[in-house]
Design a protein around this ligand. Structure first.
Ligand code: HAM
Length: 421
């Protein structure tokens, strides 16, 4: 018989990690709603055309897309990110602006799997549509910042840049292309290949041999008009006013093509090189229009859940919540009484577990211990005959016999006392 394991780049998220994932999303939900964002759930696959807008020369589109023809002959793709889907949803449903939404869930990119880089990876993110005000850029950055703080992360660095508006970006890209072509022989083979596809991305090269050429490359600041420069100035001033530290990094261009004006990345300084970008985002003022909607500005970000949790591990913060029941029922009379008692406790909102298979008293007590329960309720034939139950406090070993009729009330009272402690 064949046996199967997860596909490369995918993982089972088992207990207790899965509880940590849920707590992560709950923490994000709380911060996002503090900023007036509402939850939305885009579908996991869409018409391929939606995602082609991420940039026909980006790796995400050319190399990493999970696209296929469905049984109805439609060309569809598993979403590699959710910004394009949110914009498509905006075009489809035309909500009133500003439209501030948050989302959470898996994305799919056919990347080379390694620690912190998976083919199915989770993000949480926020998009704000319909606002050109640079304060919206600052709000989404502040939201992400607050969230990192809420997790307990301290070693997060904000890298900030601007790409100007569409025209300025295009003129700068042209100048970069010319400059890199003029210096092509000094570039590495890999960067020459990037140059042919997407000159902007050459700036992103981390290869030391490319550094001298990149150093002398045209800078966006020489291509910014007054309005774009002003927009970026307000973003910087406002971040400073809110006490959010950042550095401007002229080489930060991001991996998706839809960005203009503000772009940013959050880098964990507690992680090693391969997966230090724990979140990123920026403005994408042309995307809604490219998807067939009215000209609508947008700004947002997404955080990689997997990588952010690696950063949490590195800083020893945001541990998995302890998943325990409060009461464990031990029944050596066949299990029928455990069935009834557990049902009553659960109906009274008390988390309860029990042993099965009529195991020995010793085995059941061991299970009670392992469960982490504060109280074990022990039912033997004497108790069954006398309508009573032995209540054992697991921390002290103290035991009392309680009347079956008063059980729920006494358990509730006992747990209330341990709650206060
Ligand atoms: P992105 O930079 O492609 O941006 O992804 C955002 C974050 O998702 C990254 O910083 C990283 O933490 C995580 N991530 C990306 N790929 C992987 C992977 N293969 N494995 C694990 N984690 C990964 C976007 O996706 C944009 N939609 C962000 C955005 C929202 N821009 C504007 N609004």
């Amino acid at each position: 018989m064949n046996s199967f394991a997860t596909s490369p780049g995918t993982r089972d998220i088992l207990p207790p990690d899965a509880a940590r994932w849920r707590a992560f999303q709950e923490a994000f939900a709380e911060v996002a709603s503090r900023y007036g964002c509402s939850y939305m759930i885009p579908p996991m696959f869409e018409d391929l055309g939606v995602f082609l807008r991420l940039g026909e020369a980006t790796d995400v589109v050319t190399k990493e897309m999970y696209d296929f023809e469905d049984k109805g002959g439609r060309r569809v793709a598993l979403r590699p990110e959710q910004t394009a889907s949110v914009c498509r949803a905006f075009v489809q449903h035309r909500p009133t602006t500003p439209w501030k939404v948050w989302y959470a869930g898996p994305n799919f990119r056919y990347e080379k799997p390694q620690q912190g880089r998976y083919r199915q990876f989770d993000q949480v993110g926020v998009e704000v549509l319909g606002v050109t005000d640079p304060h919206a850029d600052v709000e989404v950055i502040a939201l992400a910042w607050d969230f990192y703080r809420a997790l307990g992360l301290r070693q997060v660095h904000l890298a900030l840049n601007t790409l100007g508006n569409a025209d300025e970006r295009a003129r700068w890209t042209e100048a970069l292309a010319k400059y890199f072509r003029d210096h092509e022989e000094q570039l590495t083979v890999d960067s020459r290949a990037t140059l042919a596809k997407n000159p902007l991305r050459v700036l992103d090269s981390k290869r030391p041999d490319d550094a001298p050429v990149i150093q002398g490359a045209p800078r966006i600041e020489d291509y910014l008009g007054v309005e774009s420069a002003q927009h970026f100035a307000v973003v910087r001033q406002s971040l400073t006013e809110l006490g959010i530290p950042f550095t401007v990094e002229a080489r930060l261009v991001r991996g998706l093509d839809y960005y203009c004006h503000t772009t940013f990345e959050f880098v964990s300084t507690s992680l090693s090189a391969a997966h230090t970008a724990i979140g990123g985002g920026g403005r994408y003022d042309g995307l809604v229009e490219q998807l067939g909607g009215p000209a609508t500005p947008g700004v947002g970000f997404a955080l990689g859940l997997d990588r952010t949790l690696l950063a949490c591990d590195a800083e020893s913060v945001f541990p998995s919540p302890r998943e325990t029941v409060r009461v464990f029922v031990v029944d050596t009379t066949g299990g029928g009484e455990a069935l009834r008692v557990a049902a009553e406790l659960r109906a009274a909102d008390i988390s309860t577990d029990r042993a099965f298979e009529q195991r020995s008293m010793k085995a059941q007590m061991k299970a009670a211990d392992r469960s982490g329960a504060e109280i074990a309720l022990i039912i033997g034939s004497d108790e069954l005959a006398s309508d009573s139950i032995v209540m054992r406090l697991m921390s002290s070993g103290e035991q009392t016999t309680v009347k079956r009729a008063n059980l729920i009330e006494i358990v509730q009272r006992t747990l209330a006392v341990t709650d206060v402690k």
